[in-house]
Design a protein around this ligand. Structure first.
Ligand code: GLU
Length: 312
């Protein structure tokens, strides 16, 4: 057995035995039904090999991991102009926090907190109707993963529409500052559909290849190497809300979490990694997902802070 397969199998077995698995998100109704016992991990290497363990083929709600794909599309649409409407500093606040917005005049700290992603969605809607923007996102992730079976879970999108009161407050508040240009309901409807993308660890790790490979996805140039580097930098500093410093400290890789319990992590030049376990820590990040990534990095030496990182 390849040693990477062995490492992943060991980690999956260790995770099965874990007692403290965190708490499944329940503020989006369908997510509350997902069994906390689930655990999957997928690694796609720079050589193009795919390694899987656990429930790596089961689709889950990627939620805020979609913020990485939305950021990529928005930078493609408007380039660095985007940074006039959203910052790129860690927030140190919860994913759905509203407190900073008043002091900072409706400019969210970064594109990976909810407020920031809602602005990014508004930017994408500046160029499309909601239906087209959702279709564009779906085509994008299908192309990235090379898999047309990826879809959107309408029940999850609808549930968020019913209960997303904080997101509605964030969007309306930013609209008052002039930083949301579209109709709030249309912007949020689009944002909720992005969050409701359903993907497996395998599909997600395949979709993350362009960030591992300097902007190349399966050998095709998708974005410049500089843009890929910069998206990875924002993932490293802002990808885990008020837990981002701890993620960098423990794992040392650019990553983005979602309240569905998924994490996409990137070892540039080496591997694209997706992990899923639906129980969350108090910051809304996968409890076991983080532990699994920590163990993977310990056993492979893949942290970007490793002196010989990426060396042949
Ligand atoms: N759709 C979720 C929300 O807006 C995303 C949060 C997350 O995944 O962190 O509340």
């Amino acid at each position: 057995m390849d040693s990477l397969d062995r490492i992943l199998a060991e980690i999956a077995a260790e995770m099965r035995g874990m007692e403290h698995r965190g708490k499944v998100a329940d503020y989006i109704r369908p997510l509350a039904q997902v069994p906390v016992e689930k655990f999957g991990i997928a690694v796609v290497t720079a050589k193009g090999e795919t390694h899987l363990a656990g429930d790596a083929e089961e689709a889950f709600s990627i939620q805020s991991i979609s913020k990485v794909f939305a950021l990529t599309l928005a930078l493609g649409a408007v380039g660095d102009q985007l940074w006039k409407r959203v910052g790129r500093e860690p927030s140190g606040s919860a994913f759905n926090s509203i407190v900073q917005l008043e002091n900072e005049h409706g400019i969210p700290r970064n594109p990976f907190i909810n407020a920031g992603a809602i602005v990014v969605t508004d930017v994408l809607l500046g160029h499309h109707q909601p239906r087209e923007a959702i279709g564009q996102m779906l085509r994008f992730v299908r192309e990235l993963a090379g898999d047309d079976s990826i879809g959107i879970d309408e029940a999850v999108a609808r549930a968020e529409q019913d209960t997303g009161f904080r997101n509605k407050a964030l969007a309306n508040y930013m609209r008052a500052f002039g930083n949301i240009e579209g109709e709030v309901d249309l912007v949020l409807g689009t944002y909720f559909h992005y969050c409701a993308l359903a993907m497996s660890c395998r599909q997600l790790a395949l979709a993350g290849r362009y960030l591992m490979d300097g902007g190349l996805s399966n050998g095709h140039r998708l974005i410049t190497a500089r843009r890929a580097r910069r998206i990875n930098a924002v993932m490293m500093s802002c990808g885990h809300y008020d837990n981002s410093g701890d993620f960098a400290y423990r794992i040392g890789l650019p990553g983005k979490s979602g309240v569905g319990g998924g994490i996409l992590a990137v070892a540039p030049g080496i591997a694209s990694i997706a992990v899923w376990s639906p129980g969350l820590n108090p910051s809304g990040n996968s409890q076991l997902g983080q532990i699994a990534l920590e163990r993977l990095v310990q056993r492979t030496g893949w942290s970007v802070f490793e002196p010989r990182f990426g060396a042949p």
